[in-house]
Design a protein around this ligand. Structure first.
Ligand SMILES: C[S@@+](CC[C@H](N)C(=O)[O-])C[C@H]1O[C@@H](n2cnc3c(N)ncnc32)[C@H](O)[C@@H]1O
Length: 261
């Protein structure tokens, strides 16, 4: 269940935040070598791999993930999009010594670096897998999407986010790290940081309602033991109102670092 919803949420993130993903890939594409060999770390359902292969028609992409379920979904999306000849998948736990993923011209890690048990070691492995002059791209979430800002239900959503942040912290996830410093410490140069402040106002496309539904549903289920019964009941009630609401917005912040080996 958890993975199904995560896959759907990641796919919807790509669809609804299309402009952000397109801007990011255009930026990385300008900095990348011609015919880049790209390694997508923690590729998940394929948001990065598919967009990279689509937007950079000369690219070859290696999608790496620890989850066979994610990779199976990614392969079926690549097949459907006619991109499977340029996207291969590698199942690997990046907390373990890495398989041979190089030589790579671009290493791309979107919302995955914070999952690494030892990010310093992962960055050192990324450095080792990149060609000299190769490009590192790290994208991280500064804040998870909020849909109810400025509505009467804003507070319950915020309490959900606070509880989720505590849970992530306790699980040892490396959120809100100073990735610029870490990247430089791993030996990369020309570290550039760009902040994306995403603020989509109504009316939103239909996919945004599905995105809100699956995100808030995951929140309610994931935090069933953390939120008060009142907050849980309120969240469930909010979810039932989503299809008919005209006041949803999407606010989320992402930061992206580019650097060179
Ligand atoms: C939040 S998802 C991000 C997916 C994708 N990069 C995106 O932007 O939509 C994080 C992904 O990292 C993967 N992951 C987490 N720990 C990992 C590890 N140790 N080795 C490989 N993949 C890992 C998870 O399976 C998941 O697919």
């Amino acid at each position: 269940m958890a993975h199904d919803h995560l896959i759907e949420m990641l796919d919807l993130d790509a669809e609804v935040l299309h402009d952000y993903h397109r801007d990011l890939i255009a930026w990385a594409g300008r900095e990348a070598a011609d015919h880049p060999r790209i390694v997508d770390l923690g590729a998940g359902s394929g948001t990065g791999s598919l967009s990279l292969a689509r937007e950079l028609p000369d690219a070859q992409v290696t999608a790496v993930d620890v989850s066979p379920e994610m990779l199976a979904h990614l392969r079926s999306r690549a097949e459907a999009a006619g991109l499977s000849d340029r996207i291969r998948t590698v199942e690997a736990d990046l907390d373990q010594p890495w398989p041979d993923l190089g030589p790579a011209d671009v290493i791309w890690a979107s919302a995955s670096m914070h999952h690494m048990a030892d990010p310093g070691r992962a960055l050192a492995s990324a450095f080792g897998a990149l060609q000299p002059g190769g490009l590192l791209v790290i994208a991280e979430l500064e804040s998870f999407p909020r849909f109810l800002a400025g509505t009467p239900d804003e507070e319950v959503e915020l309490r959900g986010h606070d509880a989720a942040a505590k849970r992530r912290h306790e699980a040892g996830l490396h959120m809100h790290e100073n990735w610029g410093d870490r990247i430089a410490q791993a030996g990369f140069t020309e570290v550039t940081e760009r902040h994306f402040d995403i603020d989509l106002r109504p009316p939103l496309p239909a996919a945004a309602t599905r995105y809100a539904k699956v995100t808030l549903h995951r929140m309610a289920h994931g935090l069933a033991d953390r939120l008060s019964p009142t907050d849980l009941a309120d969240l469930e009630k909010v979810i039932t109102t989503l299809p008919t609401r005209a006041d949803l917005s999407i606010r989320t912040e992402r930061t992206v670092w580019l650097a060179r080996r």
